[in-house]
Design a protein around this ligand. Structure first.
Ligand code: NAG
Ligand code: NAG
Ligand code: NAG
Ligand code: NAG
Ligand code: ZN
Length: 325
């Protein structure tokens, strides 16, 4: 019981930077935008930062990357979900749900289980796209992050001490002609969370599946090791970026841009609309990005085996297959 209480107390830390650290986006105030984050939190200057550009010519196919296993994504759990403006984004906190109803994913060769804590969005403005990850240099209109914590750790802070502590599922959006009715609850709720600290408790929960592309399309994804995309930028995130975009209408996108505000960045200054709340892509450095079995890679990304080596490799494979199993 005590352990459970601690876990829930730790949850709000997901949403807020350390008090007194005034980080922001350039659209809110040029003086504390992403280029200054490393001065506010040293971690933001690390070598494994997120987001990144996914260069499909350089990703490496990894046939051992199995599908993400979803548990509870197809149920509306009892309990309370809270939609909130935390001053940097719109976040849905998946709280008040008992252990047996936790929403989980299982990922990776080690089949580690992570439970869902919250999801939130990054978007642009009326004229520009706002995803954090880019694919072949192409930015998308908006990005969804579903944040999960490794169930082998007891608290969020403990998870943040390990490179596999968190797993974030990232989804990109594309503009569709029709509204995506599965987003009606969230879009309608934006009106209630216009200012920092505002929140609204949903009358009922819903299936997280409804927010995503159909499950059949989720075998296409990219995987890499990275960080939170906001200070303290902790390098504790196993990233999964799905290739299939989520359709959403222009007017639904515009509702994010037009309805919610950043906190005022000075006394007497008027409120600034929450726009461009994305961090630009960070250097990949020594990391590799893996592509799942079905993910798209560019032709030139095929294994770069020198031609003379190819027959040898084939011969080795034949030996391998004909050997005892
Ligand atoms: C608030 O941010 C706006 C937009 O970046 C900027 O023009 C303004 O100078 C900032 N105000 C203060 C008090 O920093
Ligand atoms: C999520 O995992 C927890 C712990 O293993 C389990 O108790 C719970 O039933 C799982 N949730 C679902 C929906 O299966
Ligand atoms: C923004 O996104 C739209 C829709 O996906 C796309 O057509 C457009 O090329 C993107 N713009 C940039 C600058 O990437
Ligand atoms: C949300 O705002 C609408 C008006 O925009 C209002 O009718 C409704 O009562 C609000 N809901 C909550 C839970 O505050
Ligand atoms: Zn995010």
């Amino acid at each position: 019981m005590r352990r459970l209480a601690l876990t829930f107390l730790a949850l709000p830390l997901v949403l807020r930077a350390a008090p007194g650290v005034p980080w922001c986006y350039d659209s809110q105030d040029l003086k504390c935008g992403p280029r200054y984050w490393k001065d506010l939190a040293a971690g933001c200057g690390g070598d494994n930062q997120s987001p990144i550009n996914i260069d499909r010519r350089k990703v490496q196919r990894d046939r051992n990357l199995g599908d993400v296993l979803f548990e509870g994504y197809d149920q509306a759990p009892p309990g309370k979900w809270r939609l909130m403006n935390n001053g940097h984004t719109v976040v849905m906190r998946l709280e008040g749900v008992s252990v047996s109803e936790h929403i989980n994913i299982t990922i990776g060769v080690l089949h580690e289980k992570y439970r869902a804590l919250q999801f939130h969005f990054h978007w642009g403005n009326l004229k520009g796209n706002g995803s954090e990850h880019t694919i072949d240099g192409h930015q998308f209109p908006m990005e969804l992050h579903l944040v999960h914590m490794n169930t082998k750790y007891k608290t969020f802070n403990e998870a943040k001490g390990h490179p596999n502590g968190l797993a974030v599922l990232g989804f990109l959006y594309k503009v569709s002609n029709a509204d995506n009715s599965n987003y009606n609850t969230i879009v309608a709720g934006l009106k209630n969370i216009s200012h920092q600290g505002d929140f609204v408790d949903l009358a009922s929960t819903f299936c997280l599946n409804n927010l995503l592309p159909s499950m059949a399309k989720l075998s296409k994804y990219y995987r890499y090791q990275g960080s939170l995309t906001t200070p303290d930028c902790a390098e504790v995130v196993v990233w999964t970026l799905f290739e299939e975009p989520i359709p959403i209408s222009q007017s639904q996108l515009n509702a994010f841009v037009n309805t919610v505000h950043f906190p005022a960045n000075g006394t007497g200054t008027s409120l600034v609309k929450m726009t461009n709340n994305f961090r630009p892509p960070q250097p990949l450095k020594n990391r590799k990005v893996s592509a799942s079995r079905d993910a798209t890679i560019s032709r030139s990304a095929m294994p770069s085996v020198g031609l003379p080596l190819l027959p040898l490799l084939l011969a080795l494979q034949i030996v391998h297959f004909s050997g005892p199993s």
